[in-house]
Design a protein around this ligand. Structure first.
Ligand SMILES: *Cc1c(COP(=O)(O)O)cnc(C)c1O
Length: 525
């Protein structure tokens, strides 16, 4: 669950006085200024993307001028199409520069190659696709398997679903939340196309034992991907910082690691739509590419899942990397490390909360010491009222309900850390007084009898109404009760119901199509 929508009714947000400013079919165009004002108005209901108070989804370097530079670079390349690199050689130059930087930072050698992608999900998808085709073409594997610790990012399950691989889940150590190498070893079969480890995992911020797992994968002739999407840029630069503990080796320099994903739109602090997949060598990378010459149109070579793709995010990433530089990133990593350490210690000292595992990167998972007395999801609702967004993570497979904090450079600074800890302490007190969110017995009973695969529209409507979600999909202001329900349902049922909830939000604006000459008048100015 990623958002609450306080004022959404059927057909989208509407004010009683008439359509909201962005609605209404327009036959005649409007002036730019009014249009941009309408966009600004829409942003008012969103979480802030600056200042570090939104501790998921957004990454703020806190440095002056970085976003302006990214926006200017993006604007210059917005119309350039990365689909055809022969028509736009600038794309090749920029991509080689960006991928080269990533490879040098993250243990690449002379043979290392890579691909610039639209984000971590696409990098992970391509790693799996590459491995599937490699296994099929070089080892004749026709029913490929993907060995995944239970803490791996959802993107790998998406890849398995899209590309037809069977997932083999490996539990993690219940104390450290890291996968055990011997459990991975036991899960590898002749059908294994790829083993994945995280550096770090999103949910707990801990680094899997990359060296041991990669060595075992290599011994068995299997590829090994390191998902360093969130932590790679941060941890890579932290290694250059003095006076901080350095992370264990996790990158392409580790024997047996064959690919690695790192998102630039996270700790690279570049505009969204920027990630890199590094691959051992070009011979492996080619298996993930798509080429097509059997049609009457232009010959196609796609290195990514997209066809036409704007070079804007690539240009922005290049510009921001050039501007911040290795020294700049090292300093940002140092600040983030200090803030994470201070927050981890401060949260651990708060009565009622505990930090799970030992965070090795910039991510913190906070659990309740006694969920029957203190519900972290109620804490999230309470602290949201103070302007902080801490991301709820429902309990799963031995990992209790937690709040996730992504610490970015904008949070760094004693004052912000102190404020957050003080607001968190107050939110904990109020949440304790309010008590945990509970699930109605009727819902629990109904849920137990539901088969996710056999749910028709009526059962879905009933389940959602029991969960407190209206027919229009409007989510309540307070999320704790909804999250309590989510957590009580079997994951497969949640997976059946969540798209129904979100699907109710995405309903096109209605109204008659505009006739020529009709519709809203252009705004003046
Ligand atoms: C963010 C993330 C991803 C997916 O990246 P997107 O950019 O959100 O598509 C994959 N793995 C990990 C560990 C992540 O944190």
């Amino acid at each position: 669950m990623t958002a609450s929508t306080p004022s959404t009714g059927p057909g989208g947000p509407q004010s009683p006085a008439g359509p909201a400013p962005h609605t209404g079919p327009a036959a005649r165009g409007a002036a730019p200024r009014g249009i941009l004002d309408r966009l600004d108005a829409l942003r008012e209901a969103d979480l802030p993307v600056h200042g570090g108070r939104t501790m998921a989804y957004v990454y703020d370097s806190g440095l002056d001028g970085v976003e302006e530079l990214a926006a200017a670079a993006q604007a210059r390349f917005a119309g350039v199409n990365g689909l055809d690199m022969t028509a736009f050689p600038s794309v090749v130059a920029l991509e080689n520069a960006v991928v080269g930087r990533a490879a040098r930072l993250l243990g690449g050698g002379p043979d290392t190659v890579g691909t610039f992608t639209s984000g971590g999900t696409e990098s992970c998808l391509l790693a799996v696709l590459t491995a599937r085709e490699h296994a099929r073409r070089t080892r004749g594997v026709t029913a490929p398997e993907l060995v995944l610790p239970t803490t791996v990012h959802a993107a790998f399950h998406k890849a398995a679903a899209l590309f037809g691989l069977r997932t083999v889940s490996v539990p993690v150590d219940p104390e450290t939340y890291r996968v055990r190498p011997e459990d991975v070893a036991a899960a590898i079969t002749p059908r294994t196309a790829l083993v994945v480890v995280s550096a770090p995992s999103y949910a707990h911020g801990v680094v899997d034992p990359v060296a041991e797992v990669a060595a075992e994968a290599e011994r068995r002739g299997v590829l090994c991907h390191v998902d360093a999407c969130i932590g790679g840029w941060y941890l890579g630069h932290l290694r250059y910082a003095d006076g901080v503990p350095h992370p264990p080796a996790f990158d392409l320099s580790v024997p047996g690691v064959t690919s690695l994903s790192v998102d630039l739109h996270k700790y690279g602090y570049t505009a969204k739509g920027a990630s890199v997949l590094l691959v051992r060598d070009a011979e492996l990378r080619r298996h993930g590419w798509f080429a097509h010459a059997s049609w009457p149109g232009y010959p196609v070579v796609n290195a990514t899942l997209q066809g036409t793709k704007s070079a804007g995010p690539l240009a922005a990433a290049w510009a921001v990397l050039e501007h911040i530089g290795t020294d700049g990133y090292t300093e940002l990593s140092r600040r983030v490390h200090a803030a994470t350490a201070a927050l981890t210690a401060g949260i651990g000292a708060l009565d009622g909360l505990r930090v799970l595992g030992r965070p090795e990167a910039s991510l913190i998972a906070v659990a309740s010491e006694d969920p029957a007395a203190l519900d972290v999801f109620v804490v999230a609702d309470e602290i949201r009222a103070e302007g902080w967004y801490l991301q709820p993570q429902p309990a799963f497979d031995g990992s209790p309900a937690t709040l996730h904090l992504t610490v970015t450079a904008a949070v760094a600074g004693e004052e912000t850390v102190r404020l957050l800890l003080a607001d968190l302490a107050k939110a904990v007190e109020r949440a304790r007084a309010l008590g945990p969110a509970t699930v109605g017995p009727a819902l629990a009973e109904a849920a137990a009898g539901l088969d996710p695969d056999a749910l028709g529209p009526e059962e879905v409507a009933l389940a959602l109404s029991l969960a407190g979600i209206g027919a229009d999909g409007a989510l309540p202001e307070r999320m704790a009760p909804v999250l309590a329900v989510l957590q009580a349902l079997p994951p497969r049922l949640t997976e059946r119901l969540l798209p129904e909830v979100i699907g109710r939000l995405y309903r096109p604006e209605s109204g008659a199509p505009p006739a020529p000459g009709e519709g809203s008048r252009p705004a003046e100015g």
